[in-house]
Design a protein around this ligand. Structure first.
Ligand code: UDP
Length: 315
């Protein structure tokens, strides 16, 4: 039985990780300051005796008693709307927070995993994006606070690996969706689903010709478990290569929700990446991992979740 510390554990992705480690019989220490996470996300397993919650901002020194085998660093605002509202906390959690989490892993001689992002590729000039691509990032644009924080986080993670021999992993997470996303986090999946369910217009930004590739949460969690078992320290992309335009995604949501909402166009946010599609050859070869959940099945489960979140829905 391992002891796993997860920063940002009350967030969308990391709460699923907490649950999955508990399900496998491990002990989980979850740290979160509820900046964008929520107590609700950990409610279903918070009474598990193997689960411990610490409310803390990890940009401050982290003190944890006893042994820790894994430190998984997931704390950060992750939706464009959130990190535009929280630019300095985003930079601080990616830099100071990552430094603290690495320091803790070093002290405990734990394996460290960094949740990085496809945003390190910025507005990519190639597609699909393989791990060797260095990216096309505007450091001083509005998204730079997230992109550069995560690029710094990758740099310091590799430095701890090289200078201190820390056992590290870096996962570059592409657009991921599923239950426990915040209805109002501003990302395309919760926006379109809640708009469709409430009979509101779906807000497509720009002409909707930009592309994204959506991966279901369970596939990501499986990939992260596999990566932790692998002896590999360079970044690994985890995402679903099934790429589509935002316009086609809007139509898919209308179809699956049987909604009669219309599509309206709003301005494209600054530096919004035009294409995004992961090259997952590395994950396939190294981890024997490929996504298993189809978009229709994943979205159906996610739509059910949001139906439950909308007060009075279906009554
Ligand atoms: N988007 C959109 N309408 C929305 C929210 C997002 O058209 O209501 C677009 C956004 O411009 C981007 C894509 O959907 O091109 C994905 O945006 P999201 O905020 O989910 O995250 P990103 O992939 O940009 O990090």
């Amino acid at each position: 039985m391992a002891k796993v510390l997860i920063t940002g554990g009350a967030g969308f992705i990391a709460s699923h990780l907490c649950e999955s480690f508990l399900g496998r019989g491990h002990e989980v220490i979850c740290i979160d300051n509820f900046s964008t996470g929520s107590r609700k996300n950990v409610a279903s397993f918070s009474s598990n005796p193997c689960f411990r919650f610490i409310e803390q901002d990890i940009t401050r020194f982290i003190r944890v008693e006893g042994p820790v085998d894994f430190v998984l660093h997931f704390a950060s605002p992750a939706s464009p709307v959130d990190y535009l509202e929280l630019p300095i906390p985003t930079l601080k959690v990616g830099s100071l927070g990552t430094h603290n989490a690495l320091g803790l892993a070093k002290l405990k001689k734990a394996t460290f995993l960094l949740a990085s992002t496809s945003e390190v590729y910025g507005d990519p000039l190639i597609r699909p994006q393989g791990e060797e691509y260095w990216g096309n990032v505007n450091p001083i644009g509005p998204r730079g606070v997230y992109d550069e924080a995560k690029r710094f986080a990758e740099a310091i993670t590799m430095a701890y690996h090289r200078a201190h021999g820390l056992d590290t992993r870096i996962v570059r997470i592409f657009n991921t969706y599923g239950p426990r996303m915040r209805a109002k986090d501003g990302r395309v999946v919760p926006n379109f689903i809640t708009q469709a369910l409430k009979g509101q217009n779906l807000t497509v930004y720009g002409k909707g010709q930009q592309t994204r590739s959506f991966q279901y949460i369970d596939d990501l969690v499986d990939g992260i478990h596999r990566l932790l078992q692998a002896d590999y320290h360079l970044p690994v992309n985890l995402g679903n290569p099934h790429e589509m335009t935002v316009m086609d995604f809007a139509k898919k949501i209308l179809d699956l929700t049987h909604s009669r909402s219309s599509i309206v166009f709003e301005p494209l946010p600054e530096d919004d990446p035009q294409v995004r599609q992961p090259d997952i050859s590395k994950a396939r070869e190294l981890l024997g991992w490929v996504p298993q959940v189809s978009l229709d099945i994943g979205l159906t489960k996610t739509i059910q979740y949001f139906q439950g979140q909308i007060k009075g829905y279906g009554k």
